[in-house]
Design a protein. Structure first.
Length: 319
C-alpha cells in the first residue's frame, strides 16, 4: 500500500471499532456526500477489506481442520503430516510452491498418506505418477507454444499458445491440426502443388514450436522413484530458478527428431521415497523438505482395526 492510498491511522482505529452494518452504512453515506476517494472513504473500505480477508482466512482454517479430521478417519495417527501435506497442496496456488519428500522404509504408508491428502484437491490440478521418464511424461500431457512475437511481453509471457493466422486468433495446436487436415484433403484431390505448400507451412511452424508442460497451480505426486534423468531435468523447476525451463531429447526410429520441451511455472511436489539417508543425491536433497510417517504401536493397532472393520470382522476372533 503506497503513502497516497494508505488510510489515516486515527480513522483506521475509529472504523475498527464499528460493527459491520455501520461500516456499510458509512460507505453509502460517504458516497452520497461525494467523498469517494477521501481519506475517510479509503479508511472504511480498507477496514471492510481487512475483515473480509480475516473471515476468509478463518473459513480456510475451519475447512482445513475439517479436512484433517476427515482424512484421519482413514489415515490414522497422522494429523500433523496431513496438515503439512495440505499446506503443500495449497502452496501450488501461490508464487512459492513447496516440495516435500515423504521418507520411510517400504510398507510404512507413504503412498497411502499422500494419496488420501492429494485426492482432496481438484483432479485437474493433480498429477499422480507411479513412475516417470522425461519422454513418457511429455508425451502424455502438454500443449504447443511458440516464442511470443510481442516485444513488450513479460518473462511469464515469453512464450504463447496463441497464434494469429489471417487476422484470426487460434491456438498453435488447432492451427497445426488444421494444416494436417488440409494436407489430407490435398492428398485426396491429388493436388501436389497444394500439398507442397502445406508441408512447407507445417515445417515452418513446427520448427518454431515447443511442447509446454504447464505446472501452474499443479500438484505432482511421485509414488515411486523416477529415473535419475527425470530429476536432472526437473532440478531447475524444483529450485524455482526460472519461470521457463527448457529441455530437449531425441526421439524416433530411423529418422531422428529433436523434441523441445518447456516447463512453465512451478508445481508443488510430493515425493515418496524409501531412501532414508540420501533420497536422491545432494542437489535433490536441498530442494525438498522432509517428513516421515508416524511409526507407533498405536498407529499399527488402529490400522489393523480399520482393516478388520472394513471386512466386517472382529480382531479378537483372530488373536
Amino acid at each position: 500500500m503506497t503513502e497516497e492510498t494508505k488510510p489515516d491511522a486515527d480513522l483506521s482505529t475509529k472504523y475498527r471499532k464499528m460493527p459491520d452494518k455501520e461500516l456499510v452504512d458509512e460507505v453509502s453515506k460517504l458516497i452520497e456526500q461525494g467523498k469517494k476517494g477521501s481519506s475517510e472513504y479509503k479508511a472504511v473500505v480498507a477496514e471492510i477489506e481487512r475483515r473480509e480477508h480475516d473471515r476468509q482466512v478463518e473459513q480456510l482454517k475451519n475447512l482445513k481442520s475439517n479436512l484433517i479430521d476427515f482424512i484421519s478417519l482413514k489415515v490414522k495417527e497422522e494429523k500433523e503430516n496431513i496438515n503439512k501435506l495440505l499446506n503443500v497442496g495449497l502452496s501450488a496456488y501461490n508464487r512459492d510452491p513447496i516440495n516435500v519428500a515423504i521418507v520411510a522404509a517400504s510398507s510404512e504408508g507413504k503412498s497411502y498418506l499422500a494419496e488420501n491428502v492429494v485426492k482432496m484437491f481438484p483432479p485437474e490440478d493433480t498429477i499422480i505418477l507411479k513412475s516417470a521418464t522425461p519422454k513418457a511424461f511429455t508425451r502424455e500431457r502438454g500443449y504447443r507454444v511458440i516464442l511470443n512475437p510481442d516485444p513488450n511481453a513479460g518473462e511469464e509471457d515469453k512464450y504463447t499458445e496463441i497464434i494469429e493466422v489471417d487476422g484470426q486468433k487460434t491456438t498453435v495446436d488447432k492451427y497445426i491440426n488444421k494444416l494436417y487436415a488440409d494436407l489430407e484433403l490435398a492428398k485426396i484431390s491429388k493436388d501436389k502443388e497444394e500439398q507442397a505448400k502445406i508441408k512447407a507451412k507445417i515445417r515452418e511452424i513446427e520448427e518454431q514450436t515447443y511442447t509446454c508442460i504447464d505446472f501452474r497451480g499443479k500438484i505432482l505426486l511421485f509414488l515411486e522413484e523416477p529415473i535419475g534423468q527425470f530429476w536432472q531435468d526437473m532440478l531447475s523447476v524444483l529450485s524455482h530458478d526460472s519461470w521457463w525451463t527448457m529441455i530437449s531429447y531425441v526421439e524416433g526410429e530411423g529418422i531422428k527428431k529433436t523434441k523441445k520441451v518447456l516447463f512453465r511455472g512451478w508445481p508443488a511436489v510430493i515425493y515418496c521415497t524409501s531412501k532414508t539417508k540420501n533420497f536422491g543425491w545432494e542437489d535433490l536433497n536441498t530442494r525438498f523438505q522432509v517428513i516421515e510417517p508416524t511409526q507407533t504401536k498405536t498407529k499399527y493397532d488402529l490400522a489393523v482395526q480399520q482393516i478388520f472393520d472394513n471386512l466386517n470382522l472382529k480382531v479378537k476372533d483372530y488373536k
